[in-house]
Write a protein that binds this ligand. Structure first.
Ligand code: THU
Length: 130
């Protein structure tokens, strides 16, 4: 199974493909499932700003499109900025949708900030579930 260092390397690679034409805030994500498969995503912006897609949701969408049936166990998020990119509320809710459990790990790193690891429980307490 891929380790955290390699997950972050993959997220960094995905970040190189970010389309952040407007914000210049470049993000890459690598989502790991319990199948051992992982999927990359980068943020994709649009002239109509509200249509922008986050890197994390892009990675999870790629998993669905590839037919992934496993559960999300980790997501690495790399931002080519000074500070780590805390996932937005929408992405946290998406993680909850595909996560194995609330101990799922969210691994962050940026150009200037060291690796930080959170659980979904820490970032989305009392999240909505059906
Ligand atoms: N962004 C992400 O890709 N992930 C997050 O968790 C937060 C924000 C992107 C969206 C937009 O392209 C840019 O960062 C600035 O908000």
């Amino acid at each position: 199974m891929i380790d955290n260092t390699e997950l972050l390397n993959q997220a960094r690679k995905a970040c190189d493909n970010a389309y952040a034409h407007y914000s210049k805030f470049y993000v890459g994500a690598c989502a790991l499932y319990d199948s051992g498969n992982y999927y990359l995503g980068a943020n994709v912006e649009n002239a109509s700003y509200g249509l922008s897609l986050c890197a994390e949701r892009n990675a999870m969408s790629s998993a669905v499109a590839a037919g992934e049936k496993g559960k999300l166990i980790k997501i690495a998020i790399f931002s080519k900025n000074r500070t780590n990119c805390m996932p937005c509320g929408a992405c946290r809710q998406w993680m909850a949708e595909f996560a194995k459990d609330n101990q799922m790990q969210i691994i962050l790193e940026s150009e200037d900030e060291k690796c930080a690891i959170f659980t979904l429980e820490e970032l989305l307490p009392y999240g909505f579930m059906l």
